[in-house]
Design a protein around this ligand. Structure first.
Ligand code: NOJ
Length: 719
């Protein structure tokens, strides 16, 4: 754990010296300059810092600006306590990496850690000492715009993502000049908002909480995450900002979290709108009692806690506990020793720019998922004319995606730029044809002319960056504007078409995937988007990305995910009264884990041992993989488990491991999945963990598609 050094003597001394207002100041974080996601009350921020009424700032970065603010706190406030400086560094600070959903598609924890490390270095250089990331909301509803910020649908993946990101942001020493405090958010089950509508209520069973939504947070806590942010949502009627059972009993007591809980933006005041508090005093007392230490932006602690104290709703001991935790975080960050240590390393970071861009390109191309390909990709080397069509072909700002940190559109490479660079001999006929989300069709005729004339059409469609992320839920998550019309017209020409889909979520793509010769999911890939996409198009990079979410045919299938329990009337039973739709398939368009390569891999054999195991044993599963294709490539295999008969019905497939292997054409190799037998425990009817004897089936394959899974059966013996 990145513990840093905590000087308890100093914390006790400060607590003894502080006025009530100064204590509440330490518990308040305000937007310094601009508000991103809500109302701002930033006026007079300098005055607040001087008066000790602001212990932290958000949405500010830059060496000079942050130093100036720290100087105000250090030199002009009575107690000279340094500031927390927080910023949303979701997928890069200045060098922008793929959005988290896309990064998840790499299934590469070491890369997840490296991008967080680089982001932390850059942000720390800019004076930031805390980030509101990683976002760990398991998300199974593509209508929800924040699915773009999430690691996808699976709790095992989200837990690995949590560990990697916490390690990357915080390093092994939180006080280091290039480390920043991570905030695991949004605690919890925010991804289950009703009908995918942002900020909506959440109703989930305790089983779902414990099996799906809590494990990523448990992993973040175990990795030493410095902070946790409750979500805007309620869970079963109790707003998360005031959720005693989850924030205090589960987070603090059960999982042992000792760090800081910071509210979401204005969320404490919103307890009044959510209907559980009558005024700021009640709202503040509910949040403090649940264990929320820092009030982001609502002013409820500063304005409401004095009244709450005099009404007896809270005690000074609760306030002191919260202040103690905030000061301990500042200690761990090394802020008392040297508040200016971050924000002064610009030359150092500038010197490694090339390396960061290389990393951004590598992660971006690994995040691209080749959804379908009839052989048109990789592009033939002798193409003379390429029609580059669509609103995302040359759209630098969109490449950044939602939550772009301090990234600049001007630093992003577009598809058009990269294609021109990579294929200097080819003639590139570029025409956006339509806007992302308008109905102006005036460019379509020119685009069709170019297509008719071309050897291949690259059709770059999708969402704008603002259509994903916070408050960007879509009831119809398809191609916006008139892009479907454009696609239809282009596909009718009978030219080879490669559809390149940029989005923050799986999009509903009627007919497009079937009719195009190839389709790529390119998400929002960040600074090096263009290079990454062109590397895959030309075959300079053989695609490895896999879907971290199930991709539905239609909105009617949502929410959709692979890890579901068996019904008594399975869809594939052939019975008329089965669990299925009468108007569309139950299977998705693409399953979790789907993603093609230019190579062709097969699982030649699967072995597992021991045949019978007990809870303390280690199970070993080994798959022999062969590359039968013409290109060197990397295969990713997933290990799923099924417990077919148990005291509580278990999911048909539960993810337990992911492994990768690079193979030359014709080469074979072994992928191993070590698995502690104890990880086969599940929550019984009483929600206590149990290990039940009996048969377990282990499946290994390239995705959650049952048709492509090899299976081996072992037997669990009782303890
Ligand atoms: C609101 C968002 O929900 C949260 O994720 C973010 O960290 C804060 N605003 C601060 O920008």
């Amino acid at each position: 754990m990145a513990k840093g050094r905590v000087n308890m003597g100093r914390i006790d001394r400060l607590l003894a010296e502080m006025t009530l207002e100064e204590k509440l100041g330490q518990l308040s974080m305000s937007a310094a300059e601009f508000a991103v996601t809500g109302p701002t009350s930033a006026q007079g921020i300098a005055e607040s810092i001087r008066a000790g009424r602001a212990g932290g700032l958000l949405n500010i970065w830059g060496g000079e600006r942050t130093r100036a603010m720290q100087r105000l706190a250090l030199e002009e406030s009575r107690l000279g306590i340094p500031l927390l400086i927080g910023f949303d560094v979701l997928h890069g600070h200045k060098t922008i990496f793929p959005i988290p959903l896309a990064e998840a598609a790499t299934f590469a924890p070491l890369l997840w850690e490296r991008t967080a490390r680089v982001a932390a270095e850059e942000a720390a250089c800019d004076g930031v000492n805390m980030t509101f990331a990683p976002m760990l909301d398991v998300a199974r509803d593509p209508r929800w715009g924040r699915i773009a910020e999430s690691p996808g649908e699976d709790p095992w993946v989200a837990a690995r993502f949590a560990e990697a990101k916490v390690r990357g942001f915080q390093s092994s020493d939180l006080a280091a000049v290039d480390a920043i405090a991570a905030t695991a958010k949004h605690f919890c089950a925010y991804g289950a908002v009703l009908a995918g509508r942002d900020y909506a209520p959440v109703d989930v069973s305790e089983r779902l909480l414990r099996e799906v939504y809590l494990p990523p947070f448990a992993a973040a806590v175990a990795a030493g995450c410095a902070a946790v942010m409750p979500g805007f949502n309620d869970v079963n009627g109790v707003p998360m900002t005031a959720h005693v059972d989850l924030l205090r009993d589960w987070l603090r007591q059960e999982s042992g979290f000792e760090g800081v809980v910071i509210s979401d933006y204005n969320a404490i005041a919103e307890l009044m709108t959510q209907g559980v508090a009558v005024d700021l005093a009640e709202a503040a007392s509910l949040a403090l009692t649940a264990g929320v230490d820092i009030d982001m932006m609502s002013g409820a602690y500063l304005c409401g806690l004095p009244a709450a104290l005099s009404r007896g709703l809270v005690g000074m001991d609760q306030i002191d506990l919260a202040v103690g935790r905030v000061l301990a975080l500042k200690e761990r960050l090394g802020l008392f020793e040297d508040p200016y240590r971050r924000g002064s390393q610009n030359a150092l970071v500038a010197s490694r720019r090339g390396l960061r861009r290389d990393l951004a390109r590598d992660v971006a191309r690994r995040a691209i998922v080749l959804l379908a390909n009839d052989g048109v990709l990789p592009l033939a080397r002798d193409l003379r004319k390429i029609a580059l069509i669509g609103p995302l072909a040359d759209a630098a700002a969109e490449m950044l995606g939602p939550w772009p940190g301090a990234g600049q559109a001007g630093d992003c490479v577009t598809i058009r730029q990269a294609l021109t660079e990579a294929l200097p001999e080819a003639e590139i006929l570029y025409e956006p044809a339509v806007g992302i989300d308008d109905r102006d069709a005036s460019g379509v005729a020119a685009a069709l002319r170019f297509c008719r004339d071309a050897d291949v059409v690259l059709l770059c469609l999708g969402e704008s960056a603002h259509m994903s992320g916070e408050a960007a839920s879509r009831a119809k998550p398809g191609l916006p504007g008139i892009q479907n019309d454009l696609a239809r017209a282009v596909l009718a020409l009978d030219r080879p078409v490669v559809a390149i889909i940029g989005s923050g979520r799986p999009l509903i793509l009627p007919d497009l995937v079937e009719k195009a010769q190839a389709t790529l999911a390119t998400w929002f890939l960040g600074s090096e988007a263009g290079h990454a996409i062109v590397d895959v198009l030309t075959g300079a990079f053989n695609p490895v990305g896999r879907l971290p979410v199930t991709w539905p045919h239609d909105v009617g299938q949502i929410p959709i995910n692979f890890s579901v329990r068996q019904t008594g009337r399975p869809a594939d039973s052939g019975a008329p009264y089965a669990s299925k739709y009468i108007d569309m398939p139950t299977e998705p368009l693409f399953p979790f884990g789907h993603g093609l390569s230019y190579s062709c891999f097969i699982v030649a054999s699967l072995h597992a041992e021991p045949e019978c195991f007990r809870p303390d044993d280690e199970i070993s599963i080994a798959a022999e993989v062969s590359n039968l294709g013409p290109f060197a490539g990397e295969e990713t295999l997933f290990l799923f488990v099924r417990d077919p008969i148990a005291s509580v019905a278990r999911p048909l497939l539960e993810l337990k491991g992911v492994a990768k292997i690079a193979l030359a054409p014709g080469e074979s190799g072994i992928l191993r999945f070590p698995l502690p037998a104890r990880s086969l425990c599940f929550l019984g009817a009483d929600l206590a963990p149990r290990f039940e004897p009996g048969e377990f089936r282990f499946f290994v394959g390239p995705s959650a598609d049952p048709a492509h899974l090899a299976c081996v059966t072992l037997r669990a013996l009782s303890d």
